[in-house]
Design a protein around this ligand. Structure first.
Ligand code: KIV
Length: 314
């Protein structure tokens, strides 16, 4: 199994047809889970379900000091689970390359793939803000190329916002998208689309690198980004950036002082095989659970124990 990204490593998953009944209806959102911290509607996590979360809600959360969770999602059914659990922001990340499409890096992921899976995540949810990643090669050429790509994700796939990598170097693209009415989440620190140039190393270490990180964060905020993802940067530096910015920071391997946290869902749920980056905490062991379920099913088919009369028609 290749271990080439800090996000996730996996082989391509098998296709699994879904039942129409498993899709939640966008017009009938489910109630907040019992474990949600609030049903008053004021909070981001587990708050009111009468409309989608917007970038303005995220700004207000920063003002009142509320931390919030974000997860990746790549299909309608899993996204519906995260919606039911009250997650306010879902990222259709290009990490799908590693943990959904069987690539070793995020570099090969295409705009078509992001658009298709974003549309699925939008269909499967009613409340979270859906952020679609602009994949490598879909925005670096010019601000106009960025606008074309982002417009497709918003218009065709139904994303509420897009995310792109880069600090100062991407400020021009961010500026045009924001002026055109497309909310942009920026991504600085370790930027996996640049793996061939920077590798998968902690960024922002040392005085000079920390100053550059702060300049990057301010540049994307000034360009109009509504939030800034910081990946694999020292916790102290991330805290400093968080205090310096008016917009929320979203950490992944950036310590506890960020306004929000994001993890790749297959990593945090224990589905990703192999060694995981240090910043991942696993909250379940889905790979083990699924392997046990599949093995039990297979054994029963082989032994003839399944199906029984209850599973058959007269
Ligand atoms: O693609 C992705 O999943 C990401 C997050 C991990 C921030 O960029």
């Amino acid at each position: 199994m290749p271990q080439s990204t800090p996000h996730a490593q996996t082989q391509a998953p098998p296709a699994s047809p879904s039942t129409p009944s498993a899709q939640p209806s966008p017009s009938s959102p489910s109630s907040p889970s019992p474990s949600s911290p609030s049903s008053s509607g004021a909070t981001l996590y587990g708050g009111a379900r009468n409309r989608r979360v917007t970038v303005r809600d995220l700004a207000r959360a920063k003002e009142r000091g509320e931390k919030w969770p974000m997860l990746t999602a790549y299909d309608a059914m899993i996204a519906s689970v995260f919606d039911e659990a009250g997650i306010p922001v879902l990222l259709v990340g290009d990490s799908m390359g590693n943990c959904h499409l069987g690539y070793d890096t995020t570099v090969p992921v295409t705009l078509d793939q992001i658009a298709m899976l974003t549309a699925a995540v939008v269909r499967g949810t009613s409340r979270p803000l859906i952020v679609a990643d602009l994949p490598f090669g879909s925005y670096q050429e010019s601000d106009v190329q960025a606008l074309r790509s982002a417009t497709r994700l918003v218009k065709e796939a139904g994303a509420g916002a897009v995310k792109l990598e880069g600090g100062e170097r991407s400020a021009e693209q961010i500026g045009l998208l924001v002026r055109s009415g497309i909310p942009v989440m920026a991504h600085i620190g370790l930027t996996p689309q640049s793996v061939h140039a920077m590798g998968y190393r902690v960024q922002g270490r040392g005085e000079e690198a920390a100053e550059q990180l702060l300049r990057d964060a301010k540049a994307v905020q000034d360009a109009g980004a509504f939030a800034v993802v910081m990946e694999m940067v020292p916790a102290g530096v991330a805290g400093e950036v968080t205090r310096a910015l008016a917009v929320p920071t979203v950490g992944i391997g950036a310590g506890p002082e960020c306004d929000a946290q994001v993890l790749v869902w297959t990593d945090m749920a224990g589905l990703t095989p192999g060694r995981l980056p240090r910043f991942v905490k696993q909250y379940a062991q889905l790979r083990e659970t699924l392997t046990e379920a599949v093995s039990a099913y297979a054994s029963e088919v082989v032994s003839g124990a399944f199906p029984q009369a209850a599973h058959a028609f007269e």
